[in-house]
Design a protein around this ligand. Structure first.
Ligand code: GDP
Ligand code: MG
Length: 294
């Protein structure tokens, strides 16, 4: 068996379904989502480990929160991933009319390592699939195309196989069990960090990490999962921002994260959050390893 490994970027305009697709691909394997700080070249959003392949998904930083015009942002994103991705999944919607920006990106990335991912196929009739495929093949000269529905999890395995077909042969980049010893701990940390990311402005998210300080599974006697977690930031000056007025922000972060964790663990969750300042942790490689669990 020839093992394959490589880096994959999923790019496309906001709302096209990138996150939904990544979740569909990784499923429970969200356990291995990493929290690489900005000091590394790329954030890794997930690693899919299979018997014959390891696929490392790259994030597209600065993309979601930008207020710049779409084409400018897309260009920056491509600039960042273009050198490092073995495969680029360029996402469009099945009923998208104007895909000029995507076409431009496609031309820059090149057909060889691009896979056109036509998402939201559930929104169009099946008899249109062939026409859509022909359009990208004829007008764009696309070599590989997958029509799928990330939401309904249809066609996702086909895409993973297509990705594998483009990956170079090679050893895995990461041990496949980095986070699997305590998957729930890391999922919980990731869900908390996601809320920090979603609810905070700019600078903080990339310099914030989450450390689970205590994790107790629910039992029959005590049917509540207990989690104590620290949000680690770099500067004293950031503390107030994370906590918010009268503790509003951290309460909201905790509440949203708790609901998501409850869904996953299937029990009530008691989540206690606090903020810790650990100066310059993003510049301290020992600390990065500790907080990232690698
Ligand atoms: P992102 O901004 O590219 O990460 O997009 P999201 O993954 O957040 O998805 C944006 C919206 O599109 C969400 O409301 C999703 O539920 C929805 N969506 C994603 N994939 C599909 C799909 O295959 N079909 C349909 N109908 N909706 C989808
Ligand atoms: Mg998203």
């Amino acid at each position: 068996m020839q093992f394959k490994s490589g880096y994959v970027a999923i790019i496309g305009r906001p709302n096209v379904g990138k996150s939904t697709l990544l979740n569909a691909i990784l499923g429970e394997q969200l356990a291995i989502v990493t929290q690489k700080p900005q000091t590394t070249r790329h954030r890794i959003t997930g690693i899919l480990n299979q018997q014959d392949a390891q696929i490392v998904f790259l994030d597209t930083p600065g993309y979601h929160e930008s207020k710049k015009p779409l084409n400018q942002v897309m260009n920056e994103v491509v600039g960042k991933v273009i050198d490092d991705a073995d495969v680029v999944c360029l996402m469009v919607e099945a009923n998208q009319k104007d895909a000029e920006i995507e076409k431009e990106l496609f031309d820059r990335i090149g057909a060889e390592r691009s896979i056109i991912v036509v998402n939201k196929a559930d929104k169009v009739n099946r008899d249109r699939y062939e026409k859509i495929a022909q359009h990208y093949k004829n007008e764009w000269n696309a070599k590989e195309l997958v029509i799928l529905s990330a939401l309904k999890n249809e066609g996702v395995i086909t895409l993973v196989d297509a990705i594998k077909g483009h990956l170079p042969q090679g050893e895995p980049f990461f041990p496949d069990d980095i986070y699997t010893t305590h998957p729930m701990r890391f999922i919980a940390a990731e869900l908390i960090r996601e809320q920090v990311f979603l609810q905070m402005q700019q600078e903080i998210p990339y310099s914030a990490a989450v450390r689970i300080e205590e994790y107790k599974d629910a039992t029959e006697e005590n049917p509540v999962t207990l989690i104590k977690a620290a949000i680690i930031i770099e500067k004293e000056s950031q503390k107030g921002m994370v906590i918010g007025k009268g503790g509003d922000r951290i309460k909201e972060i905790g509440k949203k994260a708790r609901l998501k964790i409850e869904e996953l663990v299937g029990s009530k969750v008691y989540l206690e959050l606090f903020v810790k300042v650990e100066e310059n942790w993003t510049k301290d490689s020992g600390k990065i390893r500790e907080l990232m669990g690698v």
